[in-house]
Write a protein that binds this ligand. Sequence first.
Ligand code: PEP
Length: 255
Amino acid sequence: MNKTLRKAVIAGNWKMNKTPSEAKALLTEIAPLVKDAEAEVIACVPYVDIAVAVETVKGTNIKIGAENAHWEEKGAFTGEISTGMLKEIGVEYVVLGHSERRQYFGETDETVNLRTKAVLAAGLKPIVCVGELLKERETNITQEVIARQIKLDLLGVSAEDVKNVVIAYEPVWAIGTGKTATAEQAEEVCAFIRETLAKLYSKEVADSITIQYGGSMNDGNAAELLGKENVDGGLIGGASLVAEKFAAIVSAANA
Ligand code: PEP
């Protein structure tokens, strides 16, 4: 199996942007622009926007994702949201282990692993984010960092379940900074992730897994990044908040 047989997945990560009414307006703008997409198109939105987002995209090809989920089914976890709550409201994907959660909210590989297993058990699809810090790249330990994250984040995930996981390679130094990894840098790490998955599972399983690049991807650089053999899609922050830019990235994935 190779890239042509993996479905491209373009996901917007809205972060803490857009109120429910703004979410409705943005999705209404995006929907007609991406209606003929060959790629899977996802908008990962703040929790409070999910209900209106699911309603707005009904009858379109856009899927709705959440930006995190707790691993317990229910209980005394004030402020948290369970996978069952997300599933019932119509969510299909969940971003996990985003570098902003790791950096600002104490997320670790252990908690990403718990969340990943809970999301899979609920029948949802996790988008598991991995990526090195600038200091780690400069110290030439990118591969060690990525291998460690992949191994720990997917610990105990079966070969059958991992086929429902999307991996997002997001070099931390490229997120929200305007500094994009070159297409070669993105390809090098995405290929390394696939090799790591092949060692953990099998080549067949690794070849079936969608690996996205994320980090200042935009309408100007998407085609080159998405043209690489092991870059199967994109996780898009800033550019996903502008309908024409997001739609242009989706079109680049069709090409
Ligand atoms: C992200 O939030 O995952 C991201 C890649 O952000 P940006 O595209 O703004 O760099």
